[in-house]
Ligand binder design. Structure first.
Ligand SMILES: [Zn+2]
Length: 221
């Protein structure tokens, strides 16, 4: 879309230059400035550029949250409309690993989940819908991969213990953030494929990090 916007701006500039160099027609009459054509090109260029600008703003906001969760600068990319047709894996988000097996500090989140995160950001965050709960968790889950966790079950468990933190970083109140984390843990986690679940992920279990933000309550130690 940015390319289209730039092409339209170039076309508008070309029209202006053409008018400057051909201010009279073949009969010597003054040619009016092509306000209408240039104005329309400008409007369409803005229409093409605005979605990219808004997506960039959302990515910057989500990247700031991911960086907090990762502990280092991390970048969130929202899948664009064009990429919807090229990335047809079943994941809601993904992080690439390098050849050394170390995950990159950037993630790609699907268009739908980025849309849900956007609507969550705009809401009062008191009563997130089921899709918004999952989208907030996807951001946390991918951030856990960017922290270096490559196992899906481990990333899922670490993420569930930080979903409340993510929600708060996105602007939720502490109690609404904890409600969201509990909803994911109680409703969504049991429905996840087996590779995303482990019996070690439970209060007092080997993967319990005893964080105050864990959905199963206050730290036990
Ligand atoms: Zn994952």
């Amino acid at each position: 879309m940015v390319v289209i916007a730039l092409a339209l701006v170039v076309a508008a500039a070309a029209l202006s230059v053409r008018w400057l160099t051909h201010q009279r027609d073949t009969f010597g009459r003054e040619r009016p400035f092509p306000y209408l054509s240039i104005g329309l090109l400008g409007l369409v260029a803005m229409g093409a550029a605005i979605p990219s600008y808004l997506r960039h703003q959302e990515e910057t906001r989500l990247s700031a949250v991911a960086s907090q969760l990762v502990g280092e600068p991390a970048r969130v990319h929202c899948q664009t409309f064009g990429q919807t047709f090229t990335q047809l894996d079943g994941d809601l988000g993904f992080v690439r690993w390098g050849k050394d097996g170390v995950p990159e500090h950037q993630t790609f989140i699907k268009r739908e989940q980025c849309g849900d995160l956007k609507s969550y950001l705009k809401s009062d965050k008191q009563h997130p819908n089921p899709d918004q709960v999952v989208a907030v968790h996807v951001l946390t889950h991918e951030s856990m991969h960017m922290r270096g966790i490559t196992s899906e079950a481990d990333a899922e468990c670490a993420a569930m213990q930080r979903d409340a933190q993510t929600a708060e970083l996105l602007g939720a109140s502490p109690s609404a953030a904890m409600d969201l984390a509990r909803t994911y843990w109680q409703i969504d986690y049991p429905r996840m494929p087996a590779t995303y679940r482990t019996l070690d992920c439970k209060p007092g279990g080997p993967l319990d990090e005893h964080l105050a933000t864990a959905p199963w309550g206050t730290p036990t130690s």
